[in-house]
Structure formats: C-alpha cells, structure tokens
Write a protein that binds this ligand. Structure first.
Ligand code: TPP
Ligand code: MG
Length: 589
C-alpha cells in the first residue's frame, strides 16, 4: 500500500483518531517524518490530557459529586439505573472509581425509573435513578408519577443546569420543581448551602417511610462540580414509639362478633403484613378478596381466597363483596377501579379501613395505622374462635359457580395460557411483572400468586411500557429468581428498546407476549360503550425477528400443543427469551 500524507488526509485522520473509527475515504495516505511525529504527539497529548484530568478530579479535591457517590455507597446502594448527559458527568466520573455500585445503562429514561421500581418493589430497598437535565429529566416524569401512584420508594438524581445560568434560554433547562411537585413525594433542589450528604440521607428516609414514594433531587451542575464542604445537619426524627390501638381493637372486635357476613379486603398497603393477614384469616375463618395491588399478600390457591374485586375483577369476588355485611380492609386506597362507583360503594355494608391514610368519613371505623403493627396487636388480645359455616358455604358456592373452564376451546385463550403458565412455573416461584391491558387483569385472575412481592404491576397509573424495564429491575434485585414479564403486544412496543439493555447485561428474563393484534382493553371498551367503533387493530412487527435483531432468543406459539414446549425452551435458555403467543383477538375480561 502506498502511504502519503497531505494536510486534508491528516485532518481526516486526526478526526478519526478522536472518533476512534477509520474514515471511509482514507485509502491512500502520504506521509513525511514530521507529520508522523505530529500524529504520535497528538495521540500522546490526548492520552496525557485525559490522565491529568482524571488525576485532578480524583485526588485533589472531594467534589460534591464525589461526596454524593460516597453517601450512596454508605447507604448500601448497589445498583443505579441511568442515562448520562453533560449535567451529571461529574457523578458518572465518580462512579467509575467504585465497584460497589453497578450502573445499568437503559435506553430511555422512563425505563430507568420503571427498572428502579421493579428493583425497589422486589427488594424492599430504595430504587435509584440517575439522569441528565432537560429531556433526560422530562423523560422520567411518567415513571415518577407511576411510582407515586403505587407508593414505590425511589430517589431520582436529576442533573440540572448550573445555578449561574438558570435565567434565560439555556440549553436543556427545565424547571424541575414545579414539573414534579404534584407527582413526587418530595422534591429537593440542591443549593450552595446544602450538604449533599444530609440531602441524600433525608431523601432516602422520606422515600422509604410511611406512605412510600419517589423523591426527586435536582442537582445543578456547578454545585456538583464544586468542592464539598460539610454543612449543618437538618435531621428528620422518626417517631419510633409503638402506637396503642386498644380502643380501635375493641370496636373492631364488637363489629366482628355482630357481623353475619364479614369479608376481608387487602390492598397494596398491606404488603408488609402477609403473615399477619394469613394468621387473622385462619383464626377467624374469614373469606378474603384482594385489590389488584393486594394480589399475592394472601395465597391465591387457598380456599378462603375469593379473587380480585373491581372493574376488572372476577365475578365471584365482586358478587361476594356485594353480599358481605362487614368489610374489613387492610391497606386499601379505595380507588375508583376497585370500588366502581365510589359514592354508592358499600352502602349496605359497614366498612372498616386500616391504613396509613384516612379514606372516608362515611366508613364505620377508620384506623390510621401500619397494617402489620395493628394486626399483631389485634391478634395478641383476641382469643375467640369463629366458624360461620353458613356464610363460608355461601361464598365457596359463589366462587365455584363462576370458575372459568375453557379447556375445550381449540383457540388459545388468555385464561388457558395463563393458568397453564402458572401451573407449569409454580415450582420456580417466579416474580411476575405485567404490563397494562387485558393480559394484566387476566394474569391477576388466572395466575396463582402464593407469596407477597411476586406480582408486580402498574396499578394506580396503569402505565403501558412498565413491564419490560420493571422486569429488568426485578431481576437485578433477585438474580436467583425466575422473572416473567407478561406483556401485551401494545405495551411491549412502548419500551421494547430495553431489549438492548437485556442483551448488554445478559438479563435472563422471560418475556411472554400475549399477542392479540389489538389494544385489547381499549377494543373491549369501544365495543361495549361505543358500539364496536374502534381504531385499535395493530399491524405488529414480527416479534421473533425483533428478538433476532437484538441477538436474543425467541419462539412463537400458535396453538395449545406448542405452549408447554415453548415455555420449557424459554426457561431453559440462559439469556433473555421471548415467547410470542398468538391468542384469540376478541377475548373479553
Ligand atoms: C401509556 C399508556 N397509554 C395508553 C393507555 C390506555 N390503555 C390501557 S390498556 C391499553 C391497551 C393495551 O394493549 P396491549 O398491551 O396490547 O394489551 P391487551 O389489552 O391487548 O392485553 C391502552 C391503550 C395506557 N394505559 N397507558
Ligand atoms: Mg394486545
């Protein structure tokens, strides 16, 4: 090859060195000794500059960004879900010096928040998100609102433009505080006089105590890059005193002994009290129903479990709910999705609510309490044994009457697919993460959950696209547990770019696409309410080919015979696997 070096080719080569790629038009290069020397110097200078910069940042001063990362390490943070940009590069730089925190680079900031939610909800720890200012931050808002609705503890570290350039039209500048105030538990803006250590510690406490939720910290770039100096501490004291519920307990005991048809209702706010609720149900022989967020708190395959209530609940559970005379609810928000028309809800029933929040003055009894603490006290002072065989026989008959049986159908129905999947995977006790739509409600009804923390779904917001990233987070928090993402063809396409994150970090989740070719939940509503006028049929891509493009394993299922072999292959596969299941397009919940 003839090599010659002219000024144009030199510039071209210089750019290539910087970009670390071979320029396409550089076939012949002429050179002289001087030019070669220039090239060598250029490379050396770049390298030396990089090294000097690294040294300066690391050794000379502890920056606020450095203190931030140290504080995260002290708090036991092991995983961060993020996406970088200029405002937060000082934090990324600090992260590069520690192996105590793994950073998971997602492909969209909304997914970072959902991944952190999946992590938090399956670990009991606070999920941590790191994003840059402007669009990086605005992309997180759906996720933050989702975490707020479902009381998920998160800390979102959001880069912000320098304090000196807050005024005027500044690149990637948005006003984080007003944008997030209504959908976060608390929002901080780091000021020059604040101590980052105290802010971070406080944010973690706020996120993970009482009604949990997402906390946002806006981090101006200039403060992050400045030298760290300790400031005075502003401690939040937690009231650790144990509460005395004896009066409320006496009232509840009277209501219970007067009731002929008592029923327990559990919601997401009771997720820490699975054991206590089970003890209570067994001791008092009470039937139990659940909201969407309460699924798994009480074992689904126990005979006293009557199913999920609400607009998308089972007929059996809703019928039993309408027939009870005393409803004792634990950690239930009484949202419109579970109570249908809230104004009339329970008009013939006495309602008791035990929750961290007060719900309604119309209830017979409201006890503001931590569910676990309350039931422990209740059980410690009650020795009665109840039978109530009439009421129990009645509810068991209602449950049997409504039990679906579609084993005879040739076409693949979701109920059959999900019941088969449940039966076939129960030995793994998987974490099941759903998306939003018919498949979500059918999973809640037909997959059996026998332990808390195994059913992860977007309840309060119903955010399509939650499932795949939340599954990634759930796996990272539980690497020894099988994680299934049961999704719809619509929802999957809302965040499918995260397949790249799966490939990169070799996340062995199993993605089950309930592919009905429709935004099924919307089709069902448009059929019923708008006389079949719908626009929600989808020309979907070939999901198996999509998987191939990401270098992932995928398999398609079109009939019953293929179902179990496909599930087996997906589980046996070491990495991410997609099972694309063609199901009936016109199912109803
Ligand atoms: C981000 C977002 N956009 C729109 C909706 C409204 N919505 C609720 S369910 C649904 C259809 C979901 O379709 P798919 O994921 O295919 O599930 P299917 O109902 O077919 O099982 C839509 C559009 C939503 N919940 N979230
Ligand atoms: Mg669909």
């Amino acid at each position: 090859m003839v090599i010659s070096l002219k000024m144009t080719s030199l510039l071209c080569f210089k750019r290539a060195v910087i970009l670390r790629q071979k320029p396409k038009n550089l076939k012949i290069i002429t050179f002289s000794a001087n030019s070669l020397l220039y090239l060598v110097r250029l490379r050396y200078n770049n390298f030396a500059m990089e090294m000097q910069l690294k040294k300066q940042i690391k050794t000379e001063t502890l920056t606020v960004a450095g203190k931030l990362v140290n504080t995260l390490i002290e708090l036991g943070v092991d995983s961060i879900f993020g996406y970088p940009g200029a405002s937060v590069l000082s934090i990324y730089n600090e992260l590069s010096y520690t192996n105590k925190i793994s950073h998971y680079l997602v492909r969209h900031e909304q997914a970072a928040v959902h991944a952190a939610e999946g992590y938090a909800r399956t670990s009991g720890k606070v999920g941590v998100v790191l994003v840059t200012s402007g669009p990086g931050f605005t992309n997180t808002i759906t996720g933050i609102a989702n975490a707020y609705s479902d009381s998920t503890p998160l800390v979102i570290l959001a880069g912000d433009v320098p304090t000196t350039s807050k005024q005027g039209k500044i690149f990637q500048n948005v006003d984080i505080l007003p944008m997030t105030k209504s959908c976060a538990k608390k929002v901080y803006t780091l000021n020059q006089n604040d101590d980052i250590e105290h802010i971070i510690e406080e944010a973690f406490t706020v996120a993970n105590t009482g009604v949990k939720g997402p906390v946002v910290i806006a981090l101006p770039r200039d403060i992050l890059e400045s030298e760290y100096k300790t400031k005075s501490k502003n401690i939040i004291e937690n009231d650790e005193r144990k509460k005395d519920y004896s009066k409320a307990i006496e009232k509840l005991k009277t209501l219970l002994s007067d009731a002929k048809k008592p029923l327990i209702l559990v919601g997401g706010g009771a997720s820490n009290a699975s054991e206590q609720i089970t003890d209570l149900v067994k001791k008092y022989n009470l039937p139990l129903v659940s909201t969407l967020m309460g699924i798994g708190i009480y074992p689904s395959d126990d005979e006293l479990y009557m199913g999920m209530i609400g607009i998308n609940g089972s007929n059996a559970a809703n019928t039993i709910l309408n027939n009870c005379d005393l409803l004792i609810s634990f950690g239930v928000a009484f949202s419109d999705r579970s109570t249908c028309k809230r104004a009339n809800f329970g008009s013939n029933t006495k309602i008791v609510s035990i929750n961290l929040n007060l719900i309604s003055e119309n209830f017979e009894l409201q006890i503001k309490a931590d569910v676990k603490e309350f039931i422990e006290q209740f059980l410690s002072v009650s020795n009665e044994k109840y039978t109530r065989s009439n009421w129990l026989n009645q509810v068991i008959a209602i449950k049997e009457e409504f039990t679906a049986d579609d084993n005879t159908s040739k076409c693949l129905h979701s109920s059959y697919v999900l019941a088969t999947l449940s039966e076939h995977t129960r030995k793994y006790e998987p974490i099941v993460v759903t998306d939003v739509g018919q498949h979500q409600m059918l999973t809640a009804q037909f997959y059996n959950f026998n332990k808390p923390g195994k059913f992860i779904t977007s309840g309060g917001m119903g955010t399509m696209g939650f499932g795949l990233p939340a599954s990634i987070g759930a796996y990272i928090a539980n690497p020894d547990n099988l994680v299934l993402n049961i999704t719809g063809d619509g929802s999957f396409q809302m965040n499918l770019q995260e397949l790249a994150t799966c490939r990169e970090h070799n996340i062995p989740i199993k993605i089950i696409i309930m592919n009905n070719g429709y935004l099924g939940m919307v089709r069902q509503m448009q059929e019923k309410i708008y006389n079949n006028r719908y626009q929600v049929e989808m020309t979907n891509p070939d999901f198996v080919k999509i998987a191939e493009a990401y270098d992932l394993f995928a398999i398609r299922v079109t009939n019953k015979d293929e179902l179990i072999p496909a599930i087996n292959k997906a589980i046996a596969h070491k990495g991410t696997a997609i099972v694309d299941i063609k199901i009936d397009s016109f199912e109803e919940i």
